[in-house]
Design a protein around this ligand. Structure first.
Ligand code: PGA
Length: 253
């Protein structure tokens, strides 16, 4: 059985004080015994604070990672550096990285590979724009994004990975994909993986991301192929984030 994962992508938000407060409020608000996983992705500079304050209740990681090991790459952070800070996971290929920073699927595949090499679980984000959805190419877009990674690391690379399906039109817009719309793409992603390995296809957690809130989490997470959420806006206050965790708890107990 795949465990639900509720993951908070803080993006470019926070401060030292907010990180400390949010982490302690989340820890306090989570059930003592839980059957689902929680992860946070704060900005890089707050990872040392996460390292000393999250304990075992929460996993954490970076929002991106360099495809390089070391060298003259100003501003980059390597997978080894994240690992040294105790990160267990890392986001790769978020649509904001793809569109604002021109990360290609080939770059993203290399980041995924770098993460695996250093024992980090990559969370591969994929998803279509509104224009792509309206022109009927959602499955092709998502398949291309995932196949670029399979080509580099093989299907085995997904044995320790997470996929996050995030339709670009639903990110930060308040527009959520309906649970049926999301389920349809999640099932497609699983079928795509099962062309290479049924076992791995059934193992990989596939998160949904895009305006997930306490009020829609239960409906989304109860779909057969939706294994939790990657949460942006609603991960920035403990109240909103814990409301989503609470739904995951109900579904997991
Ligand atoms: P959102 O962001 O929850 O604010 O829509 C999700 C994401 O970008 O990961």
């Amino acid at each position: 059985m795949r465990k639900l994962l509720v993951a908070g992508n803080w993006k470019l938000n926070g401060s030292i004080a907010m990180t400390a407060d949010l982490i302690s409020e989340i820890i306090e608000g989570l059930p003592n015994e839980k059957n689902f996983d929680v992860a946070i992705f704060p900005p890089f500079v707050y990872l040392p604070l996460a390292n000393t304050s999250v304990g075992n209740a929460i996993k954490y990681g970076g929002q991106t990672v360099s495809e390089h090991e070391s060298g003259a790459y100003t501003g980059e952070i390597s997978a080894a550096m994240l690992k040294e800070l105790g990160c267990q996971m890392v986001l790769v290929g978020h649509s904001e990285r793809r569109s604002y920073y021109k990360e290609s699927s080939a770059n993203i595949a290399k980041k995924f590979q770098a993460a695996l090499k250093h024992g980090l679980t990559p969370v591969l984000c994929c998803g279509e724009t509104l224009e792509q959805r309206e022109s009927g190419v959602t499955e092709k877009v998502v398949a291309d994004q995932i196949n670029a990674v399979i080509e580099l690391v093989g299907i085995e690379g997904f044995a320790n990975a997470v996929i996050a399906y995030e339709p670009v039109w639903a990110i930060g817009t308040g527009k959520t994909a309906s649970s049926e719309q999301a389920q349809e793409v999640h099932a497609f992603i699983r079928s795509l993986l099962s062309l290479k390995s049924d076992t791995i296809a059934h193992l990989v957690p596939i998160l949904y991301g895009g305006s997930v809130k306490g009020s829609n989490a239960k409906e989304l997470f109860s779909m057969q192929d939706i294994d939790g959420g990657l949460i942006g806006g609603a991960s920035l206050t403990s109240e909103d984030f814990l409301a989503i965790c609470q739904q995951a708890d109900v579904l997991s107990s």
